[in-house]
Ligand binder design. Sequence first.
Ligand SMILES: *Cc1c(COP(=O)(O)O)cnc(C)c1O
Length: 369
Amino acid sequence: MSSAKVPFLDLKAHHDPIRQEVMAAINQVVDTNAFAGGPFVAKFEEAYAKFCDTKFAVGVANGTDSLWFSLLALGVGAGDEVITVPMTFMATAEAITYAGAKPVFVDIDPSTFTMDVTQIEAAITPRTKAIMPVHLFGQSADMDPIMAIAKKHNLFVVEDAAQAQGTLYKGRKAGSIGHAGSFSFYPGKNLGAWGEAGGITTNDPALRDRMVMFREHGQAKKYYHDVVGWNGRMDGMQAAVLSVKLKYLDQANNGRRRAAARYDQLLAGTPGVTLPVEAAYGRSIYHIYAVRVADRDAIMKRLGDRGIGCGIHYPVPVHLQKAYAGLGYKKGAFPVSEACGESFLSLPMYPELTDAQIDTVVTEFKASL
Ligand SMILES: *Cc1c(COP(=O)(O)O)cnc(C)c1O
C-alpha cells in the first residue's frame, strides 16, 4: 500500500460506487458464455458510436491494435509514410511501424501540446499516406487545418484519440472528424476497462468492414480469409464493463474539468510554473494535467517525499527512443517536444479528486519548488 496523501490516480474511488452494477454486467457475460467478441461487444460498439457521433465503432483488444487496424484498413503499408508527433505514447509510432510504414515526425505546438499544423506540409513527400494527430492529455489537435491539408494532398487522417473519450473540437467529438478515430480503454484512460480494450470509430461502412476483418484473422466469413489479419477482438467482459462505465463518462470528465479548473485557479501566477492551456477551439477532458517546471526531476522527488503521486508523460519523445535510433533523428530535431519531455510534470488527476485533496497537492507542490 502506498502512503501517498494524494495518489496520482485512484481507480478504486472511481469504481466503488458502480461496482455492483459492473459485477452484475460481468455475471451476464458468464451466464451466456459470450467471452470473445459477441453480443456484449456489439452492444458496446453501438453505444460508443452513438457517444462519438459516428456511424460505427469497432471493439478491439487494445488501443495499439486500434491504431494498427485503422492503418491496415486504410491500406497503409510498406513504402508508405505516416506523419505524427514525437510527444506521444510509443504505441502511436509502433502501429505505423507494424503496418509496414515509416513514422515521420513533426513537432508539437508549445501551447496545446498537439501537432503543430504549420509544420505538416513540409513533411509531406510522395510516399506520405496518412496523418496521425494525437489528442494529447485529452485536448484535441487543431483538426480543421489537418483535414484541409489531408484533403489537398489526398491523405488519410487517423485520430489517436486514446486520451480523448469525450473531447470536443469545435463542438464535434474527437474520433469523429478524421477517416478513423482510435481509442484505448486501458484501465487508466478516462474510459477504462477492467483489463485491456480498445476501439475504432468511423463513418465509412467499407472501412468498418475492413477493420472488423483485420481484428478477426482477415476473415470475410468463418474460416475464409481474404487478407492476413490478426486476433484483435475485444473481450465480452470488457465490453460489458465499458457499457456500464460509458453511462458515467460525461460525469467523470466533468469531474476532471472541475479539478483542472481548481488547479488552474490555485496555481495561476506561480513563478517558474507553466500551466496547461485549453485551446479556444475545444473542450479538454484532462486525461492528464501536466504543468511544466524547470528542474522537474528534483521537484518530482520532493513531491513524492511529501506524499503526492505524480507522473511524467512522456520523458523521452519517440524520435529519441532507442527503438527508433534507426530513423536517424538527432537531439534538437523537435525542440518543443524535447523541452516538454524535460519539463512536463503530471499532477494527480481523476474525477473523484476532492477540493481538499487538490488544495493539499497545490500546497505541497509549491513547497517543493
Ligand atoms: C494509451 C495510448 C495508446 C495505446 O493504447 P493501449 O490500449 O495501451 O494499447 C496509444 N496512444 C496513446 C496516445 C495512448 O495514450
